[in-house]
Each structure stands twice: as structure tokens, then as C-alpha cells.
Design a protein around this ligand. Structure first.
Ligand code: ADP
Length: 163
């Protein structure tokens, strides 16, 4: 059975992330979306538990997708699965440089671990969690950027941050 891991901080999950997850779910038998605590990103808007719940809500219609949360190195986390493939989205050259470096680090820790990249859908090449946070912060409309069922929750969080 082929298994893919789609990792990310998902702070919050966007339609760009969801596009990659959906396309991955068509290629692999099973997909684990892994919400990383991500110590490198200093002040996340949402707690890991909130991010996990948002990803679960957004992916609930995909039967072969499950969601997990992790606070360890991805290459270590992946060791529990049988020949998993990490799948990531590539938006721009800047993503490529970072991902190339991460791939080399992962290979050092776990030489069997492969990473595959899907190019971002043209509609979402500009889209990132930070764009969504920025727009929500200034009260701009985030329709079409995040799953519709999460809009209210994200707007409420933006209000809390503004206080
Ligand atoms: P971000 O890079 O937005 O802060 P994450 O760290 O959660 O978000 O990203 C997880 C993965 O999702 C990365 O591989 C990233 O390249 C990919 N990704 C993020 N946004 C998009 C998008 N709009 N289209 C395609 N892939 C994306």
C-alpha cells in the first residue's frame, strides 16, 4: 500500500494546501497530513490542536486522508511507516531552494525517505498561510483562500489578535 505524508504548519490551512492534499490522495492509497508544531516559526496564530482540528474539518470528505500532529523531526516521524513518500507543494523558486535543502537533511537522517513535489495550481501560487493571516488581520475578505467552513473561525482569531 502506497503512503504519502503531507507535512506543514497549516497556520491556517489554505486552499493551496488542500489542493496538494487532494491531488496527493488521488495518487497514493493513503495520505497522512502531519501538522508540525514547527518551533522554527516563532508566533503561530493557532495552537497545534486548533490547526489539527482545522485540517481534520477541511479534509473530512477525503476517505483515504487522515490527520496527525507531530513535534519531532519529519525524517524521524516517517520511520514508523513502510516506505512513505513526503509530498510537498512547490510555489516558486524560493520554495525549491528551501525544499532542496530540507530534502538533503531528511536523507541524511533517513536515507530511504523520498520526497516528491507537486507544482502549485496556478490559482494558488501566491497563496500562503501568512498571506491569509495578513489579510484577516486587516479585515480583508478571505473567501476563496481558505476552506469556507473555516472562514468564521479564522476571522474570530484575527479579532482576538487585534485586541
Ligand atoms: P506555508 O509555506 O504557507 O507557511 P506550510 O509550512 O504549512 O505553509 O506549508 C506546507 C507545505 O504546503 C509546503 O510544502 C508548501 O510548499 C506547501 N504549500 C503551501 N501553500 C501552498 C500553495 N498555495 N500551493 C501549493 N503548495 C503550498
Amino acid at each position: 500500500m502506497s503512503i504519502a505524508i503531507c507535512p506543514g504548519s497549516f497556520d491556517p490551512i489554505t486552499l493551496g494546501h488542500l489542493n496538494i492534499i487532494r491531488r496527493t490522495s488521488r495518487i497514493f492509497d493513503s495520505v497522512v497530513v502531519c501538522v508540525m508544531h514547527n518551533a522554527a516559526k516563532s508566533s503561530p496564530w493557532f495552537t497545534p490542536e486548533e490547526r489539527l482540528e482545522m485540517v481534520k474539518t477541511a479534509t473530512s470528505r477525503y476517505p483515504n486522508v487522515r490527520v496527525d500532529m507531530q513535534n519531532m523531526l519529519l525524517a524521524e516521524y516517517a520511520k514508523q511507516f513502510d516506505h512513505p513518500v513526503i509530498v510537498k507543494g512547490l510555489r516558486a523558486a524560493s520554495d525549491f531552494e528551501y525544499e532542496f535543502q530540507m530534502n538533503l537533511i531528511n536523507k541524511n537522517i533517513n536515507p530511504d525517505l523520498e520526497t516528491m513535489f507537486l507544482t502549485a495550481d496556478g490559482k494558488y501560487t501566491f497563496l500562503s498561510s501568512s498571506v491569509v493571516r495578513e489579510m484577516a488581520h486587516y479585515g480583508a475578505d478571505i473567501t476563496g483562500l481558505v476552506p469556507s467552513e473555516l472562514i468564521q473561525l479564522i476571522e474570530n482569531k484575527a479579532k482576538q489578535w487585534r485586541k
